[in-house]
Design a protein. Sequence first.
Length: 178
Amino acid sequence: MKSPVPFRLLPLLAFPVALLLAADDLQKPAANPAALVLLAPAVIDHLTAAVRAADDERVAATLAADPARMDAIFSDQLHYAHSSGKIDTKKSYVESLLTRSTIYTGYDYKLRDFHVAAPDIVLMTGHVIIKAGSATAQNINDLNFLAVWRNEGGKWRFLAWQSCKNPPAVPPAAPPAK
């Protein structure tokens, strides 16, 4: 005797339901973003060290306003979003440094973390004090930032920067009068 139609469809319904239940598990973020790319800890350490060295070179090239060094370290697709809201491309950013309309005189990282997003993409986040301005006035910018590094042809290049200013420190309240 043949089974009724609904029972014959049961195996066809069970598979999609199982997929939906499994998809719920896939929606939960991993505690460590590097775990998503399934790289060995030694590989992650190697990538992090390489990007840290590349960022050190980027800072040195920027402080020196050295066009050859900046060209080598900045990606051709650079997207640089300043904390002021101004957006620069590689061309406009390098030009502002070469014409001295923007002069960087100091980078002081308070925190700099690296997160491997994929074998060829590393995110850098942190807190930095940057001294920059013009020939007549320097500003001290207390910033949180997100930077993106991409491996382009075997070389780590600076792809993107976005920062925001931290609010000024609030002085402690005066003690109540006695």
